[in-house]
Ligand binder design. Structure first.
Ligand code: F6P
Length: 344
């Protein structure tokens, strides 16, 4: 069996470990031939291929980024229900592929679903720092992003305390507040603002003022997709990403001067940005990524097409790709409520 491995969407710490896990299992144990496409679908369109084998993945489990490259290039024209896979099938035959392992988040696994609906053998390998794929408890990359954001909070805390300032930290996550929630909890933030639960500006300022009145400095964590109550869209940077979605970001820079003006407390904004996605994965992400890679290769052997390697408790289980992309996994009310009680 000849398997094509592809990454799509933003990178996520652990992708190298996942490819290594799938390759060592697939090639050495199951006897597959495996190839990787450089920069995802771009390499598929433009014939840029590398052979995946033990030497190709040597030493990769702790290395950040993804050696194959990733992009948001589309695999074919048209979306669900209207995808034109004619050219896609011709290319696939040209490469002699029997199946795909697709490594990606929501957008990529939606594509995997379309490919599966068209009867093309595919296994999904989930990754995203946003942790917003349904059906899996965590995706690799998330733990690393949370660790980086937590370290940033710890650092902002000492400089903020020294100057008696309010520090506002913006983290990634698109439409889900998982990174903000977990990093904010880990760092003891005085307010955590996430897309799932808009808060009024008055409420945010009350929290910040309460903290000052107790003689402390506030650390506010805001997710890039957060909106103030009454506002109907998140702050966006110019333009769309490769999947046609608005690029989010800028809410911290908007909020900080507003908070300063209203409360009289000197306030600074920090946008953490791609630092959250860069660098070496945590041990947790390396293990999760390696295990999902192994599970994906095993699923190929069992021909469990249309399934995705999901973490359920401490087990990796294959679940239908359709279940993972049916809805976004957002922060449930209970998780927000338990931490919100202590804001301010
Ligand atoms: O989906 C992962 C993610 O890091 C989001 O949290 C963020 O909004 C987006 O990707 C940034 O994408 P880009 O790398 O295109 O700037």
């Amino acid at each position: 069996m000849r398997i094509g491995v592809l990454c799509s969407g933003g990178d996520s710490p652990g992708m190298n470990a996942a490819i290594r896990g799938a390759t060592l299992r697939g090639v050495d144990i199951h006897g597959f031939e495996m190839v990787g496409f450089v920069d995802g679908w771009r390499g598929f369109h433009e014939h840029e291929i590398v052979t995946l084998n033990r030497p190709a993945v040597r030493g990769l489990s702790g290395v950040g980024g993804v050696f194959l490259g990733t992009s948001r290039v589309a695999p074919f024209a048209g979306g669900p229900g209207e995808a034109d896979l004619t050219d896609f099938r011709v290319r696939m035959e040209g490469y002699g592929l029997d199946a795909f392992i697709l490594i990606g988040g929501n957008g990529t696994q939606r594509v995997a679903g379309i490919i599966d609906d068209a009867g093309i053998p595919v296994i999904g390998l989930p990754k995203t720092i946003d942790n917003d794929l349904d059906g899996t408890d965590y995706t690799f990359g998330f733990d690393t992003a949370v660790s980086v954001a937590t370290e940033a909070i710890d650092r902002l805390r000492t400089t903020g305390d020294s100057h008696r300032r309010c520090m506002v930290l913006e983290v990634m996550g698109r439409d889900a507040g998982w990174i903000a929630l977990h990093a904010g909890m880990a760092g003891g933030a005085q307010a955590i603002l996430i897309p799932e639960f808009p808060e009024s500006f008055d409420q945010v300022c009350d929290w910040v003022t309460n903290v000052r009145d107790r003689g402390r400095s506030s650390l506010v964590v805001v997710a890039e997709g957060f909106t103030l109550a009454g506002s109907d869209h998140a702050v966006t940077r110019e333009g769309l990403d490769g999947f046609g979605r608005p690029r989010l970001g800028g809410i911290a820079e908007l909020l900080a001067p507003m908070i300063e003006e209203r409360t009289g407390i000197e306030t600074r904004a920090t946008v953490l940005g791609h630092v959250q996605r860069g660098g070496a994965p945590t041990a947790f992400d390396r293990v999760l990524a390696t295990r999902t890679g192994i599970a994906a290769a095993d699923a190929v052997l069992r021909r469990e097409w249309g399934t995705l390697a999901a973490l359920r408790g401490d087990r990796i289980e294959m679940i239908p790709i359709a279940d993972a992309v049916a809805r976004l996994k957002t922060v449930p009310e209970g998780r927000y409520a338990e931490v919100r009680l202590n804001f301010g």
